[in-house]
Design a protein around this ligand. Sequence first.
Ligand code: NAD
Length: 473
Amino acid sequence: MKKEKFDLVVIGGGPAGYVSAIKASQLGLKTACIDSQLSIDNKPALGGTCLNVGCIPSKSLLDSSHHYEFISKHAGSHGIDGKCTIDISRMQKRKNNVVSQLTNGIEGLFKKNKVSWFKGKGKLISNTSVTVIGHEGKEQTISGAYILISVGSLPISLPTVPVDNKYIFDSSGAIHFTQVPNKLCVIGSGVIGLELGSVWRRLGSEVTMLEALPNFLSLADDDIASETKKIMSKQGLKIQLNSIVKSCEVANNQVSVTSIQNGKEVVSKFDKVIVAVGRRPNTDNICLNNIKLNLDEKGFIKVDSHFRALGDNVYAAGDCIGGAMLAHKASEEGIKIVEQIVSGVDSNINHANIPWIIYTWPEIAWVGKTEKECLANGEKIKSGKFPFLASGRSHAMGETEGFVKVITDSETDMIRGVHIIGANASELISEAVVAMEFGSSAEDLGRIIHGHPTLSESVHEAALAAYQKPIHF
Ligand code: NAD
């Protein structure tokens, strides 16, 4: 059979792959995108982990559970009373609808932009050919002058903690609970652990988080990490540090979790367990043995500064090449690759200014360096903090927890990092990203007129605090 020929074949339809495929078509390349993801009702679906089992469904549940917690615990202070009950099946149905609207939306964008969608697993068989193994096992080979590998990542599993998605769940399974577990154990207090732990705690679970490391949220600035721990613990999450989970066993509808806590073996029983101990690259069996993709010891694809993985025409982007495992990072890498292919322009992508967001409540977001990173780098720094407790809008909203912290170079006043814990931090951080990307000083940010009353005034005030003094604190 004659191979169908494309200018670009993209393997993987997640945030790196589908965005690149659309961009490539917009720029005139005949583009194919191969994807093996199935939806909850077993239909091929675009959008990868992010749309199908990651960012979008978890945010849908985070929003629903946040509304429940607000109505049941906090609405009374606004003078709003009423009975509040949960219907998990409706909550899940809503989440599934949100997902399918968005995945169908990408299918529509593919049609609009004339991207050919191949449903199945793509396997690189030469540097210009990819075999698609369809869901029913049928194979077909297509060719591309250029290939982009964007196969994403998978949850890491612990050999002695067998995920069955009945009692012991990975992050993909834990978004489909049909009942609120009474006692839930979350292994790992990273980003996924905090988000999914928050969902089920708000809905009524007693949640224990077992974290191997002695430090909590070590990626974040220390001030943010300790404030997060304080707030999350007050909300009811039991966060146990120095707790390395060794094994889990299911018996009599319960899971016995054995962990070493501060050097001592502890066995505790839970109704359900979520394993959230990180993600690994999805690079097993993505090419024939004779294709020598360069993988590092963890399985991430090694790329050069142009994201080339093999020769001049095979590129890789997103989670499978390592770095921050974030959808927005993956998409920008894909766009850069496509622009390079089409016009030879090596467009700028600044990995130093990628925003991080954790969708707990209050939300956590940051960009740039933490104080510890600056100091380890020998930088002389200052910092300014502004608490939401001193913001008029925060009081009006009833959301006074948290603060904004702006870190600057003490000589030049250039912003080195902005760290926020507070309501809507996920949106507030964008201003800081733009400021840092345009090389702003704290004074620049402090002299920009911010709307009143808004939460963004707290970013403004933290910038004032970094180079002079805040007005309202
Ligand atoms: P993570 O690396 O953030 O956290 C995993 C935690 O598990 C670590 O703190 C680790 O010390 C702990 N751990 C490992 N083995 C353990 C054991 N045996 N016992 C107890 N604790 C153990 O990983 P994650 O939360 O699984 O998230 C995976 C990736 O997905 C992250 O890199 C993140 O970037 C991405 N993600 C991002 C978002 C977001 O941007 N909001 C949301 C979800 C996931």
